[in-house]
Design a protein around this ligand. Structure first.
Ligand SMILES: *[C@@H]1O[C@H](CO)[C@@H](O)[C@H](O)[C@H]1NC(C)=O
Ligand SMILES: *[C@@H]1O[C@H](CO)[C@@H](O)[C@H](O)[C@H]1NC(C)=O
Ligand SMILES: *[C@@H]1O[C@H](CO)[C@@H](O)[C@H](O)[C@H]1NC(C)=O
Length: 448
């Protein structure tokens, strides 16, 4: 820790002053407080029980700009559960929910091991890349948020791989305090504001923020957050420069996904998704709750139990079930009523809120069994028709889970070119390149 405090002192001299609302604590104070408590911190409580996961009640945080840092705490165990991390911090920041009310989210900032070489006298050895990595957590249970879940390890080893390249890595709880799984606007705002918050604070840990390039990456539920960030950035964060975004296993249309997976292996994502997205839309939530059957084999209590499950647990519980059976009016109840359609129009369909201004890498298994490849084809075509710069790999091999592994190396290679500035010399920086590829690194075991 002494090392970090040294870094901090050295760099706070070099970091330009940051303007904050007068009522907010300075970043230096927040970080110093976080570091002072380092040895005293026990294993954190889950977010639903941990009072740290709350907006500060002693300040007018709603009036601060989106991305303003409201709280920081050291996360002392995360450098043991995630490889190649020097240390990690939780950052709570101001954001905006799907209904455009002030809200807050938490991101976990990992500082790469290599950063120990960084000092004010050796700035060339200091990191100058930030990856915002959106983990697919796919649940409406706030206690499955990454900031907490990472204490038992990371699911895919990708944070550790990114840290080994010397990148700062931020992992936002993009579903927010209500665990709004599948709510696009909430997730996009949380992702963009997480980057803004980290860029405000990371200079204190030696990130060379004035030359830092930022990339976003996500697969599946993580791609949902990343894609919405790309769409919304034009209007919501016009001054934030995101250099590139990698999106694997996209799910562009939530109602299409619902119909596609209903009655199949991963039907359990449906109750999690419906309760998640509706947490941003009280009228739709009240409607759904009023339409769940109170008794019988397909009853409300079973449906609502996903609020306490992880994604894997809900998939196991609802495997092969017809989820429309839980509703008095069946399929109609969750597709046709006006309150439901309004909700999907705001939060459920990619491609209608803006066009990505940065290069995008899209990779998708043609035989993806969670979301039809045609939906992703349509989204890519839509963006390409209005000047986006996209490389789109359609993989002939594997399905949804396999493409996470099959696409990993391609995503890393592409992201590295974005973050080291070599993108234009390797990839086409104009228009769209759509190719069928075959990468078959992992056995295809179809879900159904
Ligand atoms: C984690 O960081 C703490 C300081 O915050 C340090 O004392 C400890 O050795 C680190 N653990 C690992 C495994 O790097
Ligand atoms: C989403 O998918 C549904 C079902 O396939 C389709 O009817 C609808 O038109 C799609 N919506 C958008 C906005 O693409
Ligand atoms: C890719 O494969 C699809 C069939 O999935 C085919 O229709 C399409 O023409 C192919 N595209 C290219 C660019 O070869």
């Amino acid at each position: 820790m002494a090392l970090l405090i040294r870094l901090l002192l050295a760099w706070s001299v070099l970091t330009p002053p940051i303007s904050l609302a007068a009522t907010l604590k300075s970043l230096e104070t927040l970080v110093a407080d976080a570091d002072a408590g380092v040895d005293a911190l026990p294993m954190p409580l889950p977010p639903s029980l941990d009072p740290w996961y709350r907006a500060p009640d002693d300040m007018d945080w709603e009036d601060s700009d989106p991305g303003t840092v409201l709280k920081i705490r050291h996360a002392p165990r995360l450098n043991q559960t995630v490889g190649n991390a020097l240390t990690a911090y939780h950052v709570l920041y101001r954001s905006t929910d799907s209904e455009y009310n002030p809200s807050w989210d938490v991101t976990t900032l990992f500082i790469p091991l290599w950063q120990y070489r960084c000092s004010a006298s050796a700035p060339a050895l200091c990191a100058h890349a930030l990856l915002s990595y959106q983990i697919p957590y796919d649940t409406c249970n706030v206690d499955a948020s990454p900031s907490f879940g990472l204490h038992v390890g990371e699911p895919y080893g990708e944070i550790s791989d990114a840290l080994s390249l010397g990148w700062f890595v931020a992992v936002p709880d993009y579903e927010g305090p209500l665990a709004s799984y599948a709510a696009g606007v909430q997730a996009g705002h949380a992702t963009l504001d997480g980057v803004r918050a980290v860029l405000r604070v990371a200079g204190l840990f030696g990130l060379r923020t004035h030359v830092t390039k930022v990339a976003l990456w996500g697969y599946s539920g993580g791609a949902l957050a990343s894609e919405w960030a790309a769409e919304l950035s034009v209007q919501y964060a016009p001054k934030l420069n995101v250099a590139g975004i990698a999106l694997g296993g996209l799910t562009p249309n939530v109602t299409s996904v619902t119909d596609f997976i209903n009655g199949r292996e991963c039907a359990g994502l449906i109750p999690a998704g419906l309760l998640g997205i509706a947490s941003q839309h009280p009228a739709a939530m009240n409607w759904m709750l009023s339409r769940l059957k109170p008794t019988g084999p397909y009853n409300a209590a079973t449906f609502l139990s996903v609020r306490h499950l992880t994604a894997a647990q809900s998939i196991a519980l609802f495997r092969y079930q017809n989820m429309y059976n839980y509703f008095v009016g069946g399929w109609w109840d969750i597709h046709v009523p006006r309150v439901m359609r309004l909700m999907y129009d705001v939060d459920g369909y990619m491609g209608y809120h803006g066009v990505p201004r940065m290069p995008v890498f899209v990779y998708k298994a043609i035989h993806d069994e969670l979301s039809r490849v045609e939906d992703t084809d349509a989204l890519v075509n839509r963006f390409c028709g209005v000047g986006a710069n996209i490389l789109y790999h359609r993989n002939t091999a594997g399905g949804h889970n396999q493409e996470l592994v099959n696409g990993r190396q391609r995503a890393f290679t592409w992201l590295a070119s974005i973050l080291d500035g070599s993108y234009d010399t390797i990839y086409s920086a104009m228009g769209c390149t759509i190719v069928n590829v075959t990468y078959d690194l992992t056995p295809f075991v179809p879900w159904d």
